[in-house]
Design a protein around this ligand. Sequence first.
Ligand code: SAH
Ligand code: SF4
Length: 354
Amino acid sequence: MIKNKPLLIDQPFEKWQFEGLPSYRIEQVREWIYEKGILDFTKMSNLPKDLRNGLEKEWDLMPMEVAREQGARDTTQKFLLKLRDHQFIESVLIPATQGTKGVRATRLTLCVSTQVGCALGCKFCASGLEGLKRNLSTGEILGQIILAREKAGKRIDNLVFMGMGEPLANLPALIPALDIILSPKGIGIGARHITLSTSGLVPKILDLAKYPAQIRLAISLHGGDDQTRNKIMPINERYPLNELLEACEKFIDARKKMITLEYILIKGINDDLSQASLLAKHARRLNAKVNLIPYNQVEGLNWKRPEIAQINSFRDLVEKEKAPRVTLRMEKGHDIDAACGQLRLQEHTIIKNK
Ligand code: SAH
Ligand code: SF4
């Protein structure tokens, strides 16, 4: 990695120390960054010029630049972001209209990356195709949110850690980022509006259960038994299904909050109705929501989404077998490869989009 100046937002603002600077000046810098979204010292117009220059000399403020911005027909926007060491990640901004007639409001959800690539190698996923390049730093996680908020011109309502990478494999950078995301003096998004998705890193789920804020947890289940999960998720050999379900129980016990079981439907792999029964059984055991996601095709991989009739029968059976709450999520951003699991390392993206 190219050694730059240290990145200021890698550190919590409470710990910022600028030689000899009074605290109101530090507070001004914090306001520029977290309230105004300015990642450029030269634009901090209420700071004296020599101070701006001094800060500029010692610190980097911009963790990434937007290398490409793509909008989809449904106005989902995908940002290809170039990090300081020239690695690429992506984040995706998804608007959704909520509410009833008369009081409809558009809510913005940002899908955030936590790693460059992913080490866990789920066989259906684009992000894991080339393994893990590196973890993102705290500032690189925060930077995605600050930049997307600037691009959107308004606040971001929800965060889902479902971009590139496995969030629970990068807790040392993610936890300090979450602290700043949650802080009203930082990004200021409430815990109930933040979802972490994991493929099932059991010990890390138990670690996360100790985190004080009530962030939401989604488990990428994708199979009702070990045999099915083993076919597509190598992580299941390390942490088999029953260990995963037990960890979920402990998490729920500590939190008293419903979790979500995500289940992508892949034709001929995990869409058999016997799997629907098993999924309903696990959902009942955990009192968990079920989110069914028809598979998004990934270029270069042979997996396919089931026919719509099969998807509907699968959903009907999960409902009939009394899973507490079932949703079927039709992806947004499909046409720009911005849907779940379609985020992949830049080389491909660039070539494909040329
Ligand atoms: N690593 C974490 C979070 C990132 S992936 C995890 O695996 O949970 C976010 C979600 O997208 C996961 O549920 C993942 O299984 C799903 N996903 C991956 N590839 C997909 C694809 N091609 N189509 C639909 N969902 C996919
Ligand atoms: Fe990694 Fe999640 Fe993709 Fe699996 S689904 S390879 S854990 S990003």
